[in-house]
Ligand binder design. Structure first.
Ligand SMILES: Cc1cc2nc3c(=O)[nH]c(=O)nc-3n(C[C@H](O)[C@H](O)[C@H](O)COP(=O)(O)OP(=O)(O)OC[C@H]3O[C@@H](n4cnc5c(N)ncnc54)[C@H](O)[C@@H]3O)c2cc1C
Length: 425
């Protein structure tokens, strides 16, 4: 079952590969027999890019994790779960940026960038990547790093999955990190309170500097209440984070001790590993925008009023803090092109019955239109949107021409393709 039920397809054949050799042989066989295929790890692609009616080459069983002796590097195979990497790293109190959810696989998330609870602290996941091994269009294994096949390595840090080959192994730098506090706040607040928190959060990010990354989720919860979920990570001391939370949430919110969890405690690890354990595959519409500067109060008021006109939980907004360490890297240094953003904004609407889809889409578009004057025009390739016009420009901006050149060189026959893979021209 894929996560995005709207896009579910059942392949005629699934090649579940347990070795790099098996991946290589399957690619050669698919080419020789002229079979079309998709590449899959977790099956989390929002737009169904890892599904196919014919053949799926599945790397989910490539799931080894190996530390270097000094623990400053970790090598993982493509289908390793994010959550398993977190758990392994925790033993030696080392950190690696990554997704905020444990069930995503390392290949797909890294290739698209990798936004998570350490983005402001240590950059995107792809910023900590040192090397990949990939099976190319001829079925040969290729190493790519800063000096060897550097063009392919550049494209593999933000260019998205399924365009250049099948990644089998990834090697990352890790950082020794003795203090890690997970922020975990879920509160129901009034309209006015929600308005103030959302406004202030955008400025609070700057005050917290690189010490803290948070994601702020907002949705209408009941007739007069909004759900505010603030999740993230901080390297500050417990007391400093608790008082910063008090400042953001206001004097009327009682700041509970359990709003902060020590990452290395059993509860912390369980949270990071199983944050999304309750998530079931769903039908949903998702769109993303990047925002470079705080949006003014009237925009927030308008958004909340619009959410209030629709039934509770029709649209969920997630504001994912960026900037900080993400901006240490120039826009053309990797294929990920959205280095200037203050945050990434995801609009999501889930539904059960197909007849609910159109009204949900309309509500989502209504809210998105309010943000339009304040967004960059970019979109996040890891939140792939099958209905996005001009998707290549939106995902890769000024890096698109170089990605196209890299595609022409490494996969001129377009062996690796899906509906939004890098075009040949
Ligand atoms: C519940 C959930 C939580 C998420 N949380 C985050 C988050 O915190 N941060 C974030 O940045 N993103 C997040 N995402 C988005 C996620 O990063 C993307 O969906 C990503 O593409 C998933 O990669 P995958 O390999 O796990 O999934 P798949 O669906 O298997 O693959 C996604 C894409 O990568 C390609 N691909 C898969 N394996 C390989 C391989 N071995 N070699 C080459 N290409 C491959 C596929 O062809 C497809 O195009 C989340 C998604 C979900 C559903």
């Amino acid at each position: 079952m894929a996560f995005s039920q709207r896009m579910q397809k059942v392949p005629e054949l699934r090649a579940v590969c347990r070795t790099n050799y098996a991946v290589a042989e399957t690619v050669k066989w698919a080419r020789d027999t002229n079979r079309k295929f998709a590449v899959r790890s977790s099956g989390h692609s929002f737009a169904g890019h890892s599904m196919h009616d014919d053949l799926v080459i599945d790397t989910s069983r490539l799931n080894q994790i190996e530390f270097s002796p000094n623990k400053n590097h970790v090598a993982v195979s493509a289908g390793t779960f994010n959550g398993s990497v977190y758990e392994t790293l925790a033993v030696s109190q080392h950190a690696l940026g990554g997704g905020s959810y444990g069930s995503v696989c390392m290949a797909g998330i890294t290739l698209g960038g990798g936004v998570g609870y350490r983005s402001r602290i240590s950059g995107l996941l792809c910023d900590q990547l040192d090397e990949i091994m990939l099976i190319n269009a001829d079925g040969n294994i290729v190493r790519a790093n800063h000096t060897e096949n550097a063009d392919l390595f550049w494209a593999s840090r933000g260019g998205g999955g399924g365009s250049f080959g099948i990644v089998t192994n990834l090697k990352f730098r890790t950082t020794p990190t003795p203090t890690r506090n997970l922020i975990y706040v879920h509160i129901a607040v009034t309209f006015r309170h929600a308005q103030r928190i959302l406004h202030d959060w955008q400025h609070w990010l700057g005050e917290m500097g690189r010490t803290t990354t948070t994601h702020l989720q907002m949705a209408r919860y009941s007739k007069n209440r909004f759900l505010v979920a603030l999740t993230g990570e901080s390297t500050l001391s417990r007391n400093s984070v608790l008082s910063a939370l008090q400042k953001l949430l206001g004097p009327n919110v009682v700041i509970h001790e359990n709003y902060l969890v020590n990452y290395y405690s059993p509860h912390g690890l369980n949270l990071m590993k199983n944050w999304d354990a309750f998530l079931q595959p769903v039908k949903f519409i998702s769109k993303s925008d990047y925002v470079n500067a705080p949006v003014p109060s009237p925009v927030i008021t308008n958004v909340l009023e619009t959410l209030k006109r629709h039934p509770p939980a029709t649209v969920k907004l997630t504001f994912e803090a960026l900037s900080g360490a993400v901006q240490d890297i120039a826009i053309d240094e990797t294929a990920y092109a959205h280095r200037g953003a203050l945050y990434l904004l995801e609009y999501r609407s889930e539904y059960r019955l197909d007849q609910q889809m159109e009204p949900r889409r309309q509500a989502l578009n209504e809210i998105r239109a309010i943000f339009r004057p304040h967004v960059t025009g970019g979109a996040y390739v890891n939140y792939a949107d099958p209905e996005l016009d001009n998707w290549a420009q939106a995902y890769w901006g000024s890096n698109l021409p170089r990605l196209v050149e890299t595609k022409q060189k490494w996969d001129p026959d377009n062996v690796f393709n899906h509906a939004q893979s890098i075009p040949l021209g």
